[in-house]
Each structure stands twice: as C-alpha cells, then as structure tokens.
Design a protein around this ligand. Structure first.
Ligand code: MV4
Length: 446
C-alpha cells in the first residue's frame, strides 16, 4: 500500500479520501488554495500545502503546483477526487511520468472516455447497447442528414468533447438539421476547441440510470449495480438512489455482465460510472462513461457495503479485485442521497456566505458527508455543495421516511439551501411512487 497520498481536491470529497487513507494507515497531504486556509481538509490531513490563489486555475487545476507539492511532501500517489483534474488524461500522464501513482483509470482510458463519440464507438464495439446514431464523429451536415434519415427524427446532436449536458442540440424537424449542425459545430469549436459532433436518436423523457464499476490492474472488472439519478435540474443532480426504481435483478445481472466483459476488453481499471438512458420501454442505452469516483457514490456504498474510495486506493496499489470486493455482491435495502447545496431556492444561484450554525443529522441509517462547520464560509469560487445526506433502510419507503427525518433535523443557518426543495421532492406522490423521469423537477416547478 502507499505510504502517503496527496489529495488534489477540497471539500467533502477531500475529507472522504482522508478517511479512507486513515483507515488503511496511509498518511495524507492536503493541498489548498488561499481561500481554503480554514477548511477541514487542511485541518485533518497529516500535512497541508498551499498551492495558489482562490481561483481554481491557480490552485486545484494548477498541475505544476500540485506535482511540486507531491514531490516536496514525498507522496507516492495522488487522488484527484471528482471535478478539477479527475478526468484530465494529461494530468494522469504527468503523474505517471513523475513516478507518482494516479488513483484512477490509466491515461488512455481517461482520454478515450473524454471523447464521447469515441467512447460511444468503443462501447458499441465492446457489446454495450447504444442508441441508433452515427458510428463515427460527423464532419459535414450531409453525413448527419444520411444518418438522421436512416434512423428517423427526433435526433440529438452532441459535441464529442461535451458531456454532462454541455453542447447538445435536439432536432425535431428534418428541415432544421443543417442549421442545427452548423450551430452545434461552431458552439463546440468555441467551447471545446474541437468541432467534432455526433448524432443519436433522441429519447423523450429518459430516466438516467448509471452503473458503478470497479476494475483491477490485472484485467478483472465487476459491476456493483446501478443508481437512479433522474432527479436533476440543469444537469445538476439533486437526489440519487440505489437501486433504481422497479429495476429487476435480471437486468442488473445482464447489464453488469456486459459491462464487466466490455470494460475488461477496453483495459479499464479503477472506479468508473457507466451512464445509460432508459426509455419508456425500459430499454437501456449507453451514453457516457465517467472515469472517476462520483459525488453520489455513497448510495452504492450503502447498498453493497463496499467502501469505494478504499477500493480505489487498493486497486491503484495493484491489489487484485478478488481481495478488494467479496465474491458475491448483494444489494441490501435501499439508499437515497440528497445533495444539500447553498443556493437560493428561487433563483438556484449559489448562495455564498458564512454558515452561522451547522449541526448535521445522525442516527440509524443516516450518513452525512460534509466539510462544513459552524462559522465556516461557503466560498464563491467553488461549487455550492455543503453536505450530502444519505439515508439507508430496508425498503425504499423506509429510506424516504428516514431522509425526511434527517432533513428535518438538519440545522443549517446563515445561507439559503436546497433543503426545502428536497423536502418537496420527498413528499411528491410521483417521487414516492418511484414513477419519475428526467423531467420531474421542471414539472415540479410548474
Ligand atoms: C440524451 C437525451 C436524450 N436522447 N441523449 C444530458 C446529459 C448528458 N449526459 C446526456 N444527456 C441527454 N442525452 C439522447 N440520445 C437526453 C439527455 C438529457 C438528460 C440525460 C440524463 C439526465 C438528465 C437529462 C436532462 C436533459 C437531457
């Protein structure tokens, strides 16, 4: 195992990684920006090094500063968390070239998955179901026309270097295809310095279902089941659950086996999340693979009993999968996570400011991941996540009641938060019935 791990992140995920390291007896190095001097990841790491100014580009995205910190502290590995440098293939490569283990997939996997058109082709070639669409990136609108006429409208144009909802354009009327293609291309060029576009059949009212996978560095991959993440607003998830609503064990098994075989063929290792859209016939189609630990990993940890961040560390250190996870992974009960953001409930804009009072809920089946404390200031420079509250219980109904109890016992004063919105979601009959899709929030707001 590693002697010392540098955590190239902040907030709750930095604390989560420190916890996993300490459980394994691994020393930790925090890095922080000048805005984060009073942050808990600085308090709790064994060492802490200031790497630059408040703006992310000067600190948490500053590769030379982070590598220098790792060399000064003599860290043998870097955990990138999520966001920031987590899916930067170049950073993973630089770590490797400097003799520092990058705790995540290899640079080639990260690069492949970063190009959504190539990822889609690789997934399809490896036997993962994809939507009808273009087999390669499109370079001219005539190519888009040929594919769209073949598969039928509506279609969606997506930027290859986009993802997570950025750089997409729905085309319902065949007459709009050429102009939409031109706009998608110029937007992609401006946003990603890459004009590659691909096309897919557009799925109306999809559900967002994602599978957690883990792979070792010896060619073994397993699936740890799915999460349902359809409750989101402007591509920001608000609440996630595991397992997905009314998802049968046979489908879980079937897709899980396809993913294990496919990712083994691709040479994928460490943690990953395979995103699918589920249509109204409950068919699943691959859309993206996120080559990182995700915000919502605690719901999978709750229902599988597997510590995913500990697993990432062990796998990156070369441990075989068989010694990291049990032979038979069972899904036990139901878990729900609410992402508590410091935001204005009217405008959804981040509400930075001082937290005057914070007391996290607890009790049976409740887990809180947070770097907040009374007197801490929510920084305007970073994302507005203040706490993740995860409820685990024997049934979905019991998990919903447990989450309502936890949110009602969460004291969080001084900033506006998304808790009232979460409470509305948890009372909504469609949510309670599990009968929702990705349009749930826009319809809740009507
Ligand atoms: C789609 C789609 C419908 N059809 N692709 C948005 C985020 C990105 N990961 C993929 N997204 C979508 N891709 C096809 N072919 C609808 C969405 C989509 C969506 C997907 C998941 C969760 C929320 C969403 C909200 C709006 C659109």
């Amino acid at each position: 195992m590693f002697e010392k791990v540098l955590i190239a992140n902040r907030g709750e995920i930095a604390l989560r990684i420190i916890a996993a390291c300490r459980d394994l007896g691994v020393k930790t190095v925090a890095v922080y920006s000048t805005a984060d001097r009073d942050s808990l990841h600085v308090t709790h790491a064994d060492e802490a090094i200031c790497i630059g100014g408040a703006e992310s580009s000067r600190s948490y995205l500053n590769i030379p500063a982070i590598i220098s910190a790792a060399e000064i502290a003599d860290a043998d590995a870097i955990h990138p968390g999520y966001g920031f440098l987590a899916e930067d293939a170049r950073f993973a490569e630089i770590c490797r070239d400097c003799g520092i283990r990058f705790i995540g997939p290899n640079p080639d996997s990260i690069r492949l998955m970063g190009d959504k058109a190539l990822a889609r082709k690789a997934a399809s070639d490896a036997g993962i179901p994809v939507l009808p669409g273009s087999p390669e990136p499109l370079h001219a609108s005539s190519q888009a026309r040929a594919v769209a006429d073949e598969i039928g409208f509506p279609v969606i144009l997506k930027a290859s270097m986009g993802g997570g909802g950025r750089g997409m354009r729905i085309v319902r009327d065949p007459h709009d295809l050429e102009s939409a293609f031109g706009q998608a291309r110029s937007e992609a060029g401006a946003a990603f310095s890459n004009t590659d576009i691909y096309l897919e059949k557009y799925v109306e009212r999809p559900r967002h279902i994602e599978f957690q996978v883990l792979g070792d560095e010896h060619g073994n991959v397993i699936s740890l089941g799915e999460r349902e993440c359809s409750i989101q607003r402007r591509h920001q998830k608000l609440l996630e659950e595991a397992p997905a609503n009314a998802f049968d064990a046979d489908t879980r098994e079937h897709i899980g086996q396809i993913l294990a075989d496919a990712l083994q063929a691709i040479g994928y290792s460490n943690a990953g999340t395979v995103e699918f859209l589920m249509d109204d016939e409950r068919k699943l189609y691959f859309i993206e693979l996120n080559a990182r630990i995700q915000v919502e990993h605690p719901v999978t940890e709750a229902v599988t009993g597997i510590d995913l961040v500990r697993s990432q560390l062990l796998l990156a250190a070369g441990e075989p999968l068989g010694s990291v996870v049990p032979d038979a992974v069972e899904i036990r009960g139901h878990a729900i996570e609410c992402r508590v953001n410091a935001e204005d409930p009217e405008t959804f804009l981040p509400s930075a400011g001082k937290i005057e009072r914070f007391a996290a809920p607890g009790g049976p089946g409740i887990r809180v991941d947070s770097a907040a404390y009374s007197g801490w200031t929510v920084q305007p420079h970073y994302d507005s996540l203040v706490a993740k509250v995860t409820a685990h219980a024997g049934t979905r109904g019991a998990a919903i009641r447990r989450m309502r109890r936890a949110l009602s016992m969460c004291v969080l004063e001084g900033v506006k938060t998304s808790i009232p919105l979460h409470q509305r979601i948890l009372e909504d009959p469609r949510f309670v019935a599990g009968a929702y899709d990705t349009r749930f929030i826009e319809e809740l707001e009507l």
